[in-house]
Design a protein around this ligand. Structure first.
Ligand code: SF4
Length: 253
């Protein structure tokens, strides 16, 4: 909701209103070359970093082509938000939000991400990253600046390339997971699941592999064709019990 849509047309006092009422900066039609490519922005979210109130910045750009991608408009690098306007927006939200989550697309595809994180930290926000594990060396370099990571584990090694539409994708994800595990940064692995690409026994085997490697937080997210659609399938009670027993923290969404 924008400020101007309030009942009496008087802009509400942000300090007195639910944070979700605060409007995001307006999207620019085009962003000049050389500027960060921000394809979307959610001004307030309580689900993108569980336990934190966060603004979510969606970086445009991803080299993979997952068949189930819900954000295909974020696969190509086309920015719609001016980063300086986003920083001004965040400046005004200090004390109202805890954190900024960089999502995508693949946020590590943005060459200026390190500087963006520095700027956000300078405003006093904590920083989280959603990643599919595509760029091991870029992730390694940024780990000391991150407070939390939502890490996609899409499939087992055999199924990765078919899902992502690119060769060799399982190896890069494994390398990224190695780096995250070694870093000590808090993180959650999550798998968007449908038996169409990962039958239940293979999901359980994948989860066992992750638990064996030391992953403590794991989530299975039902695949839906659209956010409002019914899930493709529902995990059996047995599978849910087995998954819950594997991890100190397990969520089924
Ligand atoms: S990695 Fe994520 S953003 Fe990239 S194509 Fe796959 S689902 Fe879409």
């Amino acid at each position: 909701m924008s400020d101007s849509s309030s009942a009496n047309n008087v802009p509400p006092d942000p300090a007195c209103q639910p944070v979700s009422w605060i409007a995001a900066p307006p999207a620019a039609a085009t962003v000049p070359r050389g500027e960060p490519c921000i394809g979307g922005l959610v001004p307030f979210s309580s689900v993108d970093w569980p336990g934190a109130l966060a603004c979510v910045v969606f970086i445009a750009g991803c080299p993979w082509r997952c068949g189930y991608c819900h954000n295909p408009h974020l696969q190509t690098r086309a920015g719609h938000y001016n980063w300086h306007a986003v920083l001004e927006f965040l400046q005004a939200r200090r004390g109202l939000l805890d954190a900024v989550v960089f999502s995508g697309g693949e946020p590590l595809s943005e060459p200026q991400l390190a500087q963006m994180i520095r700027s956000v930290r300078a405003l006093g926000f904590r920083v989280a990253l959603h990643t599919a594990g595509i760029y091991p060396s870029r992730l390694q370099a940024l780990l000391p600046r991150l407070d939390w990571i939502g890490f996609d584990v899409k499939s087992n090694a055999q199924g990765y390339d078919a899902l992502t539409g690119r060769p060799g994708t399982s190896a890069t994800t494994e390398a990224c997971l190695d780096a995250v595990l070694a870093s000590g940064v808090a993180f959650e692995c999550r798998t968007t699941w449908s038996p169409r690409w990962l039958p239940e026994p293979e999901l359980l085997a994948l989860a066992g592999h992750l638990a064996h490697r030391g992953v403590s937080h794991y989530a299975v997210q039902n695949y839906r064709r659209s956010p409002d659609a019914a899930p493709d399938a529902v995990l059996s009670d047995n599978a849910q019990s087995e998954l819950a027993a594997l991890f100190p923290h397990f969520a089924y969404r």
